[in-house]
Design a protein around this ligand. Structure first.
Ligand code: BGC
Length: 757
């Protein structure tokens, strides 16, 4: 039965309506019992439920119910597997219904601008295309259960340092190309029921007050239909917020802001229709849950634990391997490092889950009767060197066939609420790894971290396996991957720079406390390293397998493309090794037209495919005009110049296997207003003015001495190329200076050209 919300709202008092626009407590909306409006509960995630039954907080301090901790977004993004994350969302959606949670607060899709952001572990990627695809699939999975999601934090919440007040100074082009598309993709292809606005300001305006952000971009440009809630405590000016399109304040301001809204309506400063609109949006989402409960839903912690293990096996990234992995059961193996026994599998703060059980690699190995010894070596929660432990670790490594060092970042090294100071592992771990490497060439390093670390010893390690923060089943997943029961198939969703200083945001991150200048613009992550041809430790998209894949037969459905057409790109991928495996096929686009400030290539599609040994499959990818485009601020739209583009298909951003060129023609014209400083080159390049200017130049050249060097020496000094370039860069006003026309003629020409635009 469709509810008549307008009628319901007409029966509410102004106080009830304003009241509904803020929370009742930390986690509930307000009920209006006399009208049958129930209170509903929302809860953090997003990689599991942090349902707080008792006292609420937004920092992960108080206890929450026992739940299942799935791999964090840093890991799930590395799967490049939209089906898998849809499935994870589906499991979490069911858990929500079973626990009576109307909304799970996520996914978190902010872009990893700097490796230092304390919350990178919760975010998907440095690449907006990948982040958007993963987010949309997760949302579709959760919302299948009539449970809502709250994609967060909209927008540009890319650092923890002063996140509640900092102003990000960032161009519209950069927002539209880098910091918005993950939200845009999710809104357009998954319609999250809610969006959570960020704490920070963008170019001086708090997100919670920002009409352009919350209404123009989110609703008018992208078609968002749900409601916008604040991050916890992110309200700035409640009345302006309602005008801007901010619907729900969380958690609440003890009625203070509700009162302000009421007074503003009464004084005429706020249109009551805007309050009604916010209430309607909230009620729509609220009843979409309350009227669609699923009594069949169960939260089966044991079954979901198994799923978390399976998911993590699809996320881990094999960064390096000289053949030492997979381990053989007959080998004597020394496990070193406390993470073997106490893995770090999730991050601190609002996403912290009270896990039903945690499995370690050590206990998994012991359960399976593997020939594994264990030495603590260093603690998992501190940077403390212990000579005796190092000695024991070295001894264990010497007497084993293979040493596996379980390294990673202690909890206090990365968390919500603050950023990291550096990109280093604790010194005690680097030292121990180096000591072990001196005595045991067959040394494998397993990493547990939420964001990149510098690995100065990487060239000497036999293998490196990145588990990220892999959820409560990380130990079993590690065991299965190390011993080859599952073949690793994750690829990096972020670059690992060699040094922190290489990162493009290094000079500007985290700003001066008041502002954070996004001066690197669109050159984030691999967009920068690739364009600068700067070596990195491991590139975006990199990931190895226990098998190998060959690519051939790249085909593009047409060589020409226009504004409205889309192309299918196909490539044959063959498993050329001896075991089954999954490959992540990545498609990048490169603009070959010398367009200003464009990264050398950008990810525009990907697909994950499983292949038996020897099997060949054709993988299909797609591109459309938007994939060739950049955001042209003068046009207020996406724009790709007519010309040549290259399609690059490969296994990583630094491992392109096949290429093809296409040509593109657009009907879009850039806005132009001709004036004295408009250049001849710009006028020649525009089809609306080219012909007139060409004719005019022919005439003008006759009258000019510029084109006719008077001596042989003059001819040597002035090459054709120089003349062409100088003319192209010459503003109209200079034609007068060089006697090619008089002032009156120039003004007439400007008027005539403007009439053509
Ligand atoms: C975080 C959000 C979280 C909220 C509720 C805030 O501090 O930024 O991501 O959903 O708290 O716990």
């Amino acid at each position: 039965m469709a509810r008549d919300l307008k009628k319901l709202i007409s029966e509410m008092t102004l106080e009830e309506k304003a009241g509904l626009c803020s929370g009742a407590d930390f986690w509930h909306t307000k009920a209006v019992e006399r009208l049958g409006i129930p209170a509903v509960m929302v809860s953090d995630g997003p990689h599991g439920l942090r349902k707080q039954d008792q006292e609420g907080d937004h920092l992960g301090i108080n206890d929450s119910i026992v739940a299942v901790c799935f791999p964090a977004a840093c890991a799930t993004a590395s799967s490049f597997d939209t089906e898998m994350i849809y499935h994870m969302g589906d499991v979490i959606g069911q858990e929500c219904q079973a626990e009576d949670l109307s909304i799970v607060l996520g996914p978190a899709v902010n872009i990893k601008r700097s490796p230092l952001c304390g919350r990178n572990f919760e975010y998907f990627s440095e690449d907006p295309y990948l982040a958007g695809k993963m987010a949309a699939a997760y949302i579709n999975g959760v919302q299948k259960w009539d449970v809502g999601t709250s994609i967060k934090h909209f927008a540009a919440n890319n650092q923890e340092h002063r996140r509640m007040s900092v102003s990000d100074e960032v161009s519209e082009r950069t927002l539209r190309e880098i910091y918005f598309p993950a939200f845009e993709e999710a809104v357009k292809n998954a319609q999250p029921k809610t969006v959570m606005c960020s704490y920070n300001k963008i170019n001086g305006t708090y997100s919670s007050d920002n009409h352009w952000l919350l209404t123009k971009v989110l609703r008018e440009d992208w078609g968002f239909k749900g409601y916008v809630m604040t991050d916890w405590g992110a309200v700035d000016d409640r009345v302006q917020g309602i005008r801007a399109g901010l619907d729900l304040e969380m958690p609440s301001s003890n009625g203070e802001n509700d009162r302000k809204s009421v007074e503003a309506v009464q004084s005429g400063a706020l249109d009551e229709k805007l309050v009604d609109q916010a209430v309607e949006r909230i009620l729509e989402v609220l009843f979409s849950y309350a009227d669609h409960r699923h009594p069949e839903a169960v939260f089966d912690r044991d079954a979901d634990h198994e799923k978390s293990v399976e998911i993590e096996t699809q996320c881990a990234v094999l960064l390096q391997n000289n053949g030492v992995l997979p381990l053989k059961t007959a080998e004597k193996v020394a496990y070193i490092g406390e993470f073997a026994d106490k893995p770090r599998y999730q991050g601190g703060g609002s996403s912290h889950i009270n896990s039903s059980k945690v499995t370690s690699a050590l206990s998994s190995a012991q359960k399976k009767g593997r020939a594994v010894t264990y030495v603590k070596g260093f603690p998992a929660d501190a940077d403390e060197e212990n000579e005796e432990e190092i000695r024991k670790a070295v001894a264990a490594a010497v007497s084993a066939d293979v040493a596996v060092i379980f390294a990673g970042l202690p909890d206090s090294f990365e968390s919500e609420g603050y950023d990291r100071d550096n990109m280093k592992l604790p010194q005690c771990q680097n030292r121990l790894i180096e000591e072990v490497l001196k005595v045991q060439p067959n040394t494998v390093v397993v990493l547990h971290n939420g964001s990149p670390v510098e690995c100065p010893w990487a060239d000497d390690a036999a293998a490196i396996l990145e588990m990220y923060l892999g959820g409560q089943g990380v130990g079993e997943a590690t065991d299965q991957l190390l011993y080859g029961e599952v073949n690793p198939s994750g690829h990096l969703a972020e670059s690992f720079p060699l040094h922190l200083e290489d990162n493009p945001s290094y000079l500007f991150f985290p700003g001066d406390g008041h502002t954070a200048r996004y001066a690197e613009g669109v050159f984030v992550g691999y967009r920068y390293y690739d364009t600068k041809k700067m070596p990195v430790r491991w590139a975006f998209g990199h990931g190895l397998s226990y098998t190998t894949f060959a690519y051939d037969n790249l085909k593009v459905s047409a060589e020409q493309m226009t504004d409205d057409s889309a192309l299918t790109v196909s490539v044959d991928v063959t498993n050329t090794g001896a075991v089954k495996g999954k490959e992540v096929v990545q498609l990048y686009i490169s603009d070959l037209n010398g367009t200003a400030e464009r990264p050398v290539k950008e990810l525009k599609d990907f697909a994950k495919t499983e292949l038996e040994p020897g099997e060949k499959k054709t993988v299909y990818l797609r591109i459309c005009a938007r994939d060739l485009s950049y955001y042209e601020e003068h046009l207020g739209d996406w724009y790709a110049p007519s010309g040549k583009y290259e399609i690059l298909v490969g296994s990583a951003s630094d491992d392109i296997r096949c290429r093809s060129q296409i040509s593109f023609t657009t009907k879009k014209l850039l806005p132009m207003k001709v004036a004295g400083d408009t250049t001849i080159g710009d006028l020649m390049a525009d089809p609306r003015t080219a012909e007139t200017v060409q004719k005019m130049m022919k005439e003008a050249e006759k009258n000019s001495s510029l084109n006719q060097p008077s001596s042989e020496a003059g001819q040597d000094a002035v090459s054709d190329k120089m003349m062409q370039e100088m003319m192209a860069g010459m503003p109209l006003k200079s034609l007068v200076s060089f006697g090619m026309m008089n002032l009156e003629q120039m003004e007439g020409l400007i008027t005539m050209l403007n009439q053509k635009l």
